[in-house]
Design a protein around this ligand. Sequence first.
Ligand code: V55
Ligand code: FE
Length: 493
Amino acid sequence: MTVSFSNDPTAKGFFAPTRFEADIFDCEVEGQIPRDLNGAFYRIGWDWLYPPKYTDDAAPFNGDGYVGMFRFQDASVDYKGRYVRTDRYLADRKARKQLFGRYRNRSTDDPSVRNLNRTVANTALVSHAGRLFALKEDALPIELDPDTLATRGAWNFGGKYDSRTFTAHPKIDPVTGDMICYGYEAMGDATNDVFVFVIDKKGNVTREVRFKAPIISMMHDIGLTQKHIVFNTTGFVTSADRLAAGKVHWAWDSKVPTYVGILPRDGDAKDMRWFKGPERAAIHILNANTRGNKVVVEAPVSDGNPFPFFAQADGSPFNPQKAGATLRRWTFDLSSKKDTWEEEVLFPQAVGGGLTRADERFWSVPYRYGFMGYTDPARPFDEARGGNLRGRVTNCYARFDLATGKMNSYFVGDVGALQECQFIPRRKGAPEGDGYLIGVASNYAEMRSELIIADAMRLEEGDIARVKLPFRLNSQVHGWWATADDLPLGPVA
Ligand code: V55
Ligand code: FE
């Protein structure tokens, strides 16, 4: 069989699949890696082993999971890149071709693999109770070896986790170490069941709550406070009919309201309170707090479909004006009888792809800072060296100060684009936001990737080091930082 990616219009140039695995001992570095940066930055995204079967697939989100690790120690860094050995990847390798069909639609798979776990595990990572997991919201977590990145297989927490799916965005309560997680479409494709779990710091399931969502939609992330868990629906909807018709799992329906369910952490499904609002996409949640009778959620929010590769349900064209996300505050008043909430746009000048991160030691507790990549159209872009991407690349990282309303920015330069940022505390016990902001940058002029390292408190001064890889990295979705306190990290090779 001839391998050709000509049917995937997104797999071109810098975005062509890389299809190799890599080990670099002692990477080339420009600048000085801080000596107190000790641990592993893991990143995950997609990289097609075999081309998608269909040109109308939601190809970016359907590609094989590929994980990278930047391992920092003694002011040096090593890099490792591996495919996640999912059941799907292994079946495709054996067949030497793509056996799987459209995004999250089993009915489009080759009959020989209809009963296989078809997850690509390409979305996010989490470490908890000494284990590292690759996540995608259509399946159970896949455990990885934190040193070698070898795939250990799906994990159901000793059998007590009985949802078929597991979110890409579990939250870890910094006070207790509990992991608060859930699966939507928990009873299978196109079910409105959501199962919520608490997993203690030893890795045991200690609590489960089951509820039914008002619609079947992508419920990608949650807000966690010390008192509540906030679940929001989106306009990405599906149905058994849609899946039987062989379509991509989601279509965006502009007529679907946004429902937000607030569950008390010590409550049951009957204690859930639902609110209803206009067309919105809050795919990722920065952080949330309960303040008296109010639940406050801060998140990058857009007014419509943020992803051009998911079609509009009514057949209308993708609307880029409604796709950009700004950081907004949603306030829910639990003492009011109303089923609506207040929305405030906090930083209208920073419009981005919605990949926000917190200093996660402050998840659910009072916090001050948020971080997010965004596009500053006023910054220069060198089209002669970088190509025709002016105004379209994520060229800045912002640090939002939610106490003062001030924003500080890091600019990547005139031939680059930034992937999701990662905040790393300078040391255990450092104040909130005191540390490093790192992330992978695409260098379009030199067709290779760099890991930039900036001081999170001095973003406008530029990076303090760049780890220069001699090749392009696959497109990242999310990253995760872990130290030897989180994972049994062995000695650096
Ligand atoms: C997201 C990403 C996914 C997915 C569903 O960023 C949602 C949101 C990379 O795959 O399947
Ligand atoms: Fe996500």
